[in-house]
Design a binder for this molecule. Structure first.
Ligand SMILES: O=C(CO)COP(=O)(O)O
Ligand SMILES: O=C[C@H](O)COP(=O)(O)O
Ligand SMILES: [Zn+2]
Ligand SMILES: [Zn+2]
Length: 283
C-alpha cells in the first residue's frame, strides 16, 4: 500500500528501528525493492533523486513506483531524495508523491529555514511528509580535510532551532558519512547523534550509509536513526552481477535474462539491509 513517509517513520521512531530508503530510477531496481520488502515483511521508502527524475521522467517513474506500491502488501512511501529545486518539489507533490526532501543545506541557516518552512506548509496541506537537511553531507570524492568534515557536521543547537521553526517531519543530519563508495572506513560521531536525538525527539535520517560497517549501523539505529539511505551498495551489486553474467555467458542477448538476475542480486542486498536495520517483520 502507498502511505506517507511519516506514517512509516513515526512507528520506527517510537519502536526504535530504521527503515531503508532505497534509490530507484528504473523498473528493475523498483521490483528489487518491492520484492525485498514483501519477502521480509518490511515497510520501505522508495526514493528518486533529481538525477533519477531526469533519467526516467517524472510521470514514468511516478507511475512505476505508485502502481507497484499500491499493489504491495507492505507500506511503501514514494519520496524525493535531495530536492534542491523548489519547483521539482512542487512537481512531485502534483504527481502524487507521499514524501519529499527539501535539501537547502548548501544555503545559510536562515535561508534553509525559510524555504523548508514554505515546503512544509504546502506539503502538509496536501498530506505529504517532509525531510530536510542540516549540516552538509558531502561525497567521498569531495577530498575534504578532517577539519572541513568536522565543520560540515550538524550542530545540535542549530538542528533544534531548525526543527522548531520549520516543523519538518524528519531530519537528515551530518555525522561523518558521505555519499558514494568509501576509500577508508567512515568514522561516525555517535555522541553528536545521541545529543541531537535527545534534543529533537523526531525521526532522524542517515545518508551515505552504503559501505558503513554493520556494527556502526546498528549503533546508529540504537541511538535514534530511523531512515537509512542506500544507493551505492545497490548500484555495485547490479554492476557486479552484470559483469559476471556477461563474462560467463557470451551468447545471452535477451534483456530479461540479463536484467532478471541483476534484479535478484540487488534484492539480496536490500533484504540484508532491511534485516540489519530492524525493519524486517515490522510491516
Ligand atoms: O544518501 C544516499 C541517497 O540520498 C545514498 O548514499 P550512498 O551513496 O552511501 O548509497
Ligand atoms: O544522494 C545521492 C544519491 O545516491 C543519488 O545519486 P544521483 O544524483 O547520482 O542519482
Ligand atoms: Zn544534501
Ligand atoms: Zn543522500
Amino acid at each position: 500500500m502507498l502511505v506517507t513517509g511519516i506514517e512509516i517513520l513515526e512507528k520506527a521512531h517510537k519502536e526504535g528501528y530504521a527503515v531503508g530508503a532505497f534509490n530507484t530510477s528504473n523498473l528493475e531496481i523498483t521490483q528489487a525493492i518491492v520484492e525485498a520488502a514483501e519477502e521480509t515483511k518490511s515497510p520501505v521508502i522508495i526514493q528518486v533523486s533529481e538525477g533519477g527524475l531526469k533519467y526516467a521522467g517524472i510521470e514514468t517513474i511516478s507511475a512505476i513506483v505508485r502502481t507497484m506500491a499500491e499493489k504491495a502488501s507492505v507500506p511503501i512511501a514514494l519520496h524525493l531524495d535531495h530536492g534542491t529545486d523548489f519547483n521539482t518539489v512542487m512537481k512531485c507533490l502534483r504527481n502524487g508523491w507521499t514524501s519529499v526532501m527539501m535539501d537547502a543545506s548548501k544555503l545559510p541557516l536562515e535561508e534553509n529555514i525559510k524555504v523548508t518552512k514554505t515546503v512544509v506548509q504546502i506539503a502538509h496541506g496536501m498530506g505529504v511528509s517532509v525531510e530536510a537537511e542540516i549540516g552538509k553531507i558531502g561525497g567521498t570524492e569531495d577530498n575534504i580535510t578532517v577539519d572541513e568534515r568536522e565543520a560540515a557536521m550538524t550542530d545540535p543547537e542549530e538542528a533544534l532551532k531548525f526543527a522548531k521553526e520549520t516543523g519538518v517531519d524528519y531530519l537528515a543530519i551530518a555525522i561523518g558519512t558521505a555519499h558514494g563508495p568509501y576509500k577508508g572506513e567512515p568514522k561516525l560521531d555517535f555522541d553528536r547523534l545521541k545529543k541531537i536525538k535527545e534534543m529533537l525527539n523526531i525521526p532522524l535520517v542517515l545518508h551515505g550509509a552504503s559501505g558503513v560497517p554493520e556494527e556502526a549501523i546498528k549503533k546508529a539505529v540504537s541511538l535514534g536513526i530511523n531512515k537509512i539511505n542506500i544507493d551505492t551498495d545497490i548500484r555495485q551489486a547490479f554492476a557486479r552481477r552484470l559483469r559476471d553474467l556477461l563474462e560467463k555467458d557470451r551468447e545471452v542477448y535477451d534483456p530479461r535474462k540479463i536484467l532478471g538476475p541483476c534484479k535478484d542480486a540487488m534484492k539480496e542486498v536490500i533484504k540484508q539491509k532491511m534485516i540489519l536495520f530492524g525493519a524486517a517483520g515490522k510491516a
